[in-house]
Design a protein around this ligand. Sequence first.
Ligand code: GDP
Length: 216
Amino acid sequence: MKITSVEFEVSAPDLRACPAWALPEFALIGRSNGGKSSLINLLAARRDLAKVSDVPGKTKLINFFVMNGAWSLVDLPGYGYAEVSGSAKHHWQDLLGRYVQAREQLVALVLIMDARRPFTELDVEMLEWFAPTGKPIHCLLSKADKLNRSEQSDAMRLAKTILSSYVDEAGQPLPFSVQLFSALKRIGLEEADQTIRGLLGLDGNDIDEPEVATQE
Ligand code: GDP
């Protein structure tokens, strides 16, 4: 899809501060340092867009961006930092858990995991929190450029095996999918685009060479 406009909407410290709109939301979540900001900047064709989530003390906020005036990209706070402990950790878990479980506008979640060490304890916790909603989770095995071909196919096979082990009460597989991704080498960009577009029910061209008219 062509991203023609990207607007930063708000950083929400809690669910009440999340926008009261009807836009479909697509949320990105993952371990800190997994490549989430790089993905956001790539999607938005802007090197600085995700910076807002890097501001110290603001990292535990949910950042909402409006894409093409039609849908919202939601940057959820990254996890896995050692300093996230005690009450800060509790706040983070509470915020994230509430958002993914209760947010009606949320259409799907993208879980970004480092292809070299996917499915950490917190990644699995996210999958399990989200699974009961029945909404899709698309997993990106990021930094895939760090793996050779055979390592890439091993990583995909393992991921598919893990994801297919999640079933609903009727024993049906959950709508979980996975792909290789590299923001650096632009691996899997088209597949990510098609998946996002499909899940949002939008039509359009590739995100590969977006025209950007930014509005601050
Ligand atoms: P975030 O903390 O999840 O937002 O991760 P960032 O997007 O800030 O990326 C963390 C580090 O990984 C940075 O040094 C990036 O340059 C690097 N990185 C991000 N994506 C890729 C990728 O596709 N390949 C490689 N090799 N490095 C990447």
